[in-house]
Design a protein around this ligand. Structure first.
Ligand SMILES: Cc1cc2nc3c(=O)[nH]c(=O)nc-3n(C[C@H](O)[C@H](O)[C@H](O)COP(=O)(O)OP(=O)(O)OC[C@H]3O[C@@H](n4cnc5c(N)ncnc54)[C@H](O)[C@@H]3O)c2cc1C
Length: 423
């Protein structure tokens, strides 16, 4: 890599890696500076005692347009969750909500779950039709919307039971916000993604996604443990004091860091979560479903799954990985959280089963998703911040893998267009 790179990218999360990859594909080399020791930012997997533990439960929707465009999905060896979810109804009883468009029998199962009335089932079909229209629009700015998700569900006539038993825990888990404040177009677009695609886990863990993006970059184009302190005129200054010049700078950090590096960019507010990972001798859920808490369940866990049932590589042979996610941030220490989770899940899976679980890890992710609240400006599309300075990241698009990768590509395309115009 030359002393003075053409383009400097700050941050090697999905947005920064996508930007670098797009530039690379057009013959423009870049140099990435990453603050931490690993790439991928919020998409990370720790391997511990043979378990693959994603840092906070997350999934890749194989319908994401940017994933289909950019990633080699076959090489990721994706393993899919079943559509819908199982709903805990108390005392270890579960009902199932499915996708009536893909599996007509699931429509009957949804009715039998007690969550949906016949009218709700029809409304789900209507929502699926609307959401399939929504996915044909470009989803970049979910902020300027007239309704929140909750208001949109009520306006469609969904019963309180359907909202409380399914939509609140399911999309509360997706948005990491059980109040369902996310703007309606974002909800409808995501609903369309869920109903046309599959929620998946790569065989080698979520970290396989950034690893694949980085593999396309030549060696020597990434410097880890190199946090950038500030932007200078056509240069960046690292925390170490080193100054590196470049004609073009892309700020691809999370929204909070971007707000510090680019004072004209408002830092987002955040949704957080905590995921507790357990080793279990037996899978408490034997099908590849997400299990959701019941409306009257006072416990802290919103959703549970067994990643090793979805992709067996998530656990060593003969054991299972159980993942329990709490929405929001909490003050209790890990031992207290473990106790609270076990107390709640004894009612779901039985005291004997939960008693055999071994706590592997507690992943606190207080800054998981930038919130896209109604009326907040997401500043979407504003990849050009000043002459030679660009920004990308999920905080400028949608809080998702798709949004981060799309934002990175768009920033790189803006750079390429401006470089061409200058020649
Ligand atoms: C718990 C959790 C669950 C999620 N669930 C899903 C899901 O199911 N589906 C989905 O689509 N999305 C999900 N997401 C969202 C998705 O992971 C993010 O939207 C996406 O990874 C954001 O990528 P990014 O590149 O914009 O930002 P980041 O991943 O935050 O990357 C920014 C990078 O910049 C680096 N950086 C920061 N400051 C500096 C500096 N000064 N100098 C150098 N480097 C710096 C950081 O270390 C980081 O590597 C989830 C996220 C979390 C945390």
């Amino acid at each position: 890599m030359a002393q003075r790179p053409d383009v400097i990218i700050i941050g090697a999360g999905l947005a920064g890696l996508s930007a670098a990859r797009t530039l690379q594909a057009h013959g423009v080399p870049s140099l990435l500076f990453e603050a931490s020791a690993t790439i991928g930012g919020r998409v990370a997997t720790d391997v511990f005692e043979g378990f693959q533990i994603d840092r906070g439960f997350q999934v890749l929707l194989d319908s994401y347009p940017e994933a289909r465009r950019t990633l080699d999905l076959a090489a990721l060896d994706l393993h899919a969750f079943a559509p819908g979810a199982v709903l805990h109804r108390g005392g270890g009883r579960f009902g199932r909500v499915g996708d009536p468009l893909r599996a007509p029998l699931d429509g009957f199962r949804s009715l039998a779950s007690g969550a949906f009335s016949f009218g709700d089932a029809l409304r789900v079909l209507g929502l699926q039709v609307a959401s399939r229209r929504a996915i044909n629009t470009t989803m970049s700015s979910p902020a300027a919307a007239p309704f929140t998700t909750l208001e949109a569900l009520r306006a469609r006539g969904f019963s309180a039971r359907a909202i409380e038993a399914f939509f609140r825990p399911f999309f509360g888990g997706v948005f990491l916000d059980r109040d369902l404040h996310a703007a309606r177009p974002w909800f409808e677009w995501l609903f369309g993604m869920f109903s046309t695609g599959r929620a998946t886990l790569p065989a080698r863990g979520m970290q396989a996604i950034p690893a694949q993006l980085a593999a396309a970059l030549p060696s020597g184009h990434l410097r880890r443990e190199s946090p950038v302190r500030r932007l200078l005129e056509c240069a960046v200054e690292l925390e170490s004091g080193e100054v590196i010049e470049a004609g073009t700078i892309i700020v691809a950090t999370d929204g909070a860091a971007a707000g510090r590096l680019l004072p004209d960019l408002a830092a987002p507010t955040w949704s957080g979560c905590i995921t507790l990972s357990y080793a279990a001798p037996e899978a408490p859920i034997t099908t590849p479903h997400l299990a959701l808490k019941a409306p009257d369940d006072p416990g802290p866990v919103n959703h549970v799954c067994v990643p090793s049932v979805v992709a067996s590589s998530y656990a060593p042979r003969g054991r299972h990985l159980v993942s329990a996610t709490l929405i929001g941030n909490r003050d209790e220490d890990d031992a207290a959280l473990d106790q609270a989770v076990r107390t709640q899940l004894r009612d779901w899976f039985g005291a004997a089963a939960v008693g055999r679980w071994q706590l592997l890890r507690v992943s606190h992710v207080p800054f998981s998703l930038p919130r896209t609240l109604l009326g907040e400006s997401a500043a979407a599309g504003a990849v050009r911040r000043a002459t030679g300075v660009y920004a990308c990241g999920d905080h400028l698009e949608t809080p998702s893998i798709n949004g981060a990768m799309r934002s990175g590509r768009r920033a790189a395309e803006a750079v390429l267009a401006d470089l061409t115009a200058r020649r």
